[in-house]
Design a protein around this ligand. Structure first.
Ligand code: GLA
Length: 728
């Protein structure tokens, strides 16, 4: 068993292959957090904590005159509230009698086989493999108010998940206005925090900083996980780098408003929490109501960030992503967005398909503009029926004709949105999220439909089925192109309005679950103006997400670098687009655009009819290579070889058996009379020999890893290289 309880020390230890997580039923029944890190052999780690009289840290009521126990200093698994712990709050509740208090104490625990599920929420699943669940029940010292902590354990993966269930069993309704899924108190705050931040077309830029006193926080109030701050965070020791040092990763399996807090306390301890953002959040907990908090995926690596990422990649790929595509090669697609924008018809798409099929592309994706009245982005959203007049044919016919060219067919939808200039809005203006008596704010000239409402979900379910039943549609790009504002749900009472945002997310998950279950053979790709909803919650429904609306290969290097810390390469939607690039005007070699796009679910997004014969040949070559390398890319271990600020970016894929490897390098600046550039490989077997494809040169693994590979010298900006090695 991975989870074990030691009666004598009252410790519960969770052991994975390389890590240990430990809690202890401490003095007065407080559930203490005693350890998380490198695997240890089972001792009670609470010896690291000293009980002392710390001035201005009051003792708990039941400790009487004992001055050495205070919730303000004890490391806890779930913080109490208004009983002398002044650090970041976990669950904040006002009971029916008006008291603001939560004084949680241990009641019981259970160890179960298999991984728990969360009703209505995405979560990692066991899939018959070794997984266990630990359930720890805590109760308020005076009230019938319970918090059940859930731990999912994937021993072989070094992954532990956390979630919690919050229940009020008192007669009177309790009001909760802050809740976290997990909290953990580390004994030291001498750590750096990595967060992944940005904006539209510049998502998940990795930022590392030292934690200082007070609270460091990131979060989103946009209704989605957002472009601005991703719900994936790393804590690491100051000296931690790619290949050495301790680090912890936390991925929120949730796509709505969230808050991460890291507080360095007076004693230089660290409290880390991940939960739903408390702003505009309020839950009425009537007697017996259980509120389920979303899951956090956690992992620890004692051997650097590279290993930590590999642990998350494996876990998400195999135990979060679902469906027939989770481990199979996704079709190489061509999307018409950057080729045509709104200016297309059926014949134009068929012509693209014809050209594309000659190059080996396997699927045509018809992007925005095919439905309702939509020749620009100010109208049509909500009207999910084909504009046959614009297409010049029915959707069924278009699909058939594309298929005749040898390509499968994919389609873009943005179900969560409505334009005021649409049939749907004219019929149901009240379905859009607006505040009563106020003009709603528009984003990209559109409003958001309230997926927290059953009637809206039902309409969308029927509408999407209507499209998908029209013909043989193999792929859906599910987009979401604005942040949510003016949040108010007319079906909820004034007291319930604090749940409107969360109910939207639950509604979205319910709809996605219904659709993906009904269409198991369809590949879903998530999207929100690129990567504005790139989170572990969405990966449960779509095994890939369009990484960014920025398709410039050089800026993508940074975006994909940041994304790779938490998310598997197979989930990263990445396309080759035209030059000058449409977002920033940069010109890069086609070969480089291919190299960069191959670090993901590969495709094209340009007008191939405008390509020269030479460029078409390059595309053929890229497709051949992607087909050859896809297993390595999708299932191999991924290594970041450099950081974005260096003069070249390098990354590498290595097969699980270390027999094959693909090394990728992009020069990010051109220099004259410069010294040779050497890139050091990783993950190979030092004793083995590897033959480089093309040159036929044989290197030992140790030479490539400890000496490195000398890059060729070429003129020009943004050159790229792909070196493929096979063990001989
Ligand atoms: C978003 C997507 C793009 C494209 C447009 C269409 O911005 O990220 O790829 O689909 O919408 O409007």
């Amino acid at each position: 068993m991975a989870v074990c309880y030691d009666k004598k020390s009252k410790t519960i230890s969770i052991n994975t292959e390389h890590t240990t997580y430990q809690m202890k039923i401490g003095p007065y029944g407080v559930l203490m957090h005693t350890y998380y890190g490198e695997r240890i052999s089972g001792e009670d780690m609470s010896y690291l904590f000293r009980y002392e009289d710390i001035g201005f840290s009051p003792a708990m009521g039941d400790a009487g005159m004992d001055r050495t126990v205070s919730l303000d200093t004890m490391p806890q698994e779930m913080p109490s509230f208004n009983v002398g712990d002044y650090r970041a709050e976990g669950i904040r509740v006002q009971h029916g009698d008006g008291t603001y208090v939560l004084d949680l104490r241990y009641v019981s625990h259970e160890i179960l086989e298999g991984k728990y599920c969360l009703e209505g929420l995405p979560a990692m699943y066991g899939d018959g493999e070794k997984a266990e669940t630990l359930k720890v029940v805590l109760r308020d010292r005076a009230k019938e108010f319970f918090v059940t902590l859930l731990y999912g354990v994937f021993e072989d993966l070094d992954i532990i998940t956390r979630a919690c269930l919050i229940e009020n069993r008192e007669e009177e309704t309790a009001v909760m206005d802050k809740a976290v899924s997990m909290s953990m108190d580390f004994l030291t705050a001498d750590m750096d925090i990595y967060t992944f931040n940005g904006r539209h077309t510049m998502e998940r830029e990795a930022e590392r900083k030292k934690l200082g006193k007070g609270i460091t926080s990131i979060g989103s109030l946009r209704g989605t996980s957002s472009h601005q701050h991703n719900p994936f965070v790393i804590l690491c020791e100051p000296e931690t780098e790619e290949e050495h040092g301790g680090c912890y990763g936390f991925a929120y399996v949730y796509s709505g408003n969230f808050l991460v807090e890291a507080e360095c306390s007076q004693l230089d301890m660290l409290r880390f929490t991940m939960g739903i953002h408390p702003s505009r959040f309020k839950v009425m907990l009537e007697k017996g109501r259980i509120f389920t908090m979303p899951e956090v995926i956690m992992s620890y690596s004692g051997n650097g960030l590279g290993k930590l990422s590999a642990q998350f990649h494996r876990a998400m790929r195999n135990h979060l992503c679902r469906g027939k595509f989770k481990n199979s090669r996704r079709p190489i697609l061509i999307n018409n967005w950057e080729a045509t924008y709104f200016d297309f018809n059926g014949e134009k798409l068929i012509a693209i398909a014809e050209e594309a099929s000659k190059l080996g592309i396997e699927m045509l994706v018809m992007d925005d503009g095919w439905f309702g009245k939509r020749d620009f982005d100010e109208s049509g959203l909500g009207d999910w029926f084909p504009n046959e007049e614009k297409l010049g044919m029915g959707l069924h016919e278009l699909i058939q004709r594309v298929k005749e060219k040898g390509l499968s067919f994919g389609i873009w939808i943005e179900p969560e949105m409505v334009n005021e200039d649409s049939r749907l809005y004219r019929q149901h203006p009240d379905w859009a999220i607006t505040l009563p008596d106020r003009e709603p704010g528009r984003g990209r000239c559109q409003l958001v439909l309230d997926l927290g409402r059953e009637c809206v979900r039902e309409y969308l379910y029927q509408a999407i089925c209507g499209i998908l039943d029209t013909g043989d549609i193999s792929y859906v790009k599910w987009d979401m192109n604005r942040s949510i504002s003016d949040v108010y749900n007319p079906e909820l009472s004034p007291e319930q309005q604090g749940e409107a945002g969360h109910r939207y997310v639950l509604g979205l998950y319910e709809l996605l679950e219904k659709i993906t279950t009904r269409y198991p053979d369809v590949l879903f790709e998530g999207c929100s103006g690129g990567g504005g909803r790139f989170d572990a919650g969405m990966l449960y429904y779509s095994p890939q997400i369009w990484c960014s609306d920025d398709t410039d290969a050089i800026e993508r290097l940074k975006i994909q670098y940041g994304t790779s810390f938490g998310y598997p390469i197979s989930t990263v939607g990445s396309h080759v687009s035209a030059c000058p690039n449409h977002q920033n005007g940069r010109i890069t070699p086609l070969h480089t655009r291919g190299t960069v796009a191959m670090a993901g679910s590969f495709g094209y997004e340009l007008d191939i009819s405008k390509m020269t014969a030479e460029d078409k040949e390059e595309v053929r070559e890229q497709i051949k290579n992607y087909k050859k390398y896809f297993e390595l890319i999708q299932e191999g271990d991924y290594y970041r070889l450099t950081k974005p600020e260096e003069i070249f970016m390098g990354w590498q894929f290595v097969s699980q058996d270390r027999g094959k490897s693909l090394v990728n390098v992009v020069m990010t600046s051109a220099r004259s009379n410069a010294p040779g550039c050497i890139i050091r490989c990783r993950g190979l077997n030092p004793q083995d020999n590897y033959k480089e494809a093309g040159t036929g040169r044989v290197y030992s693994g140790s030479a490539l890893m400890y000496g490195g590979y000398l890059l060729p010298k070429e003129m020009g900006e943004y050159q790229s290289y792909q070196m493929y090695f096979e063990r001989v």
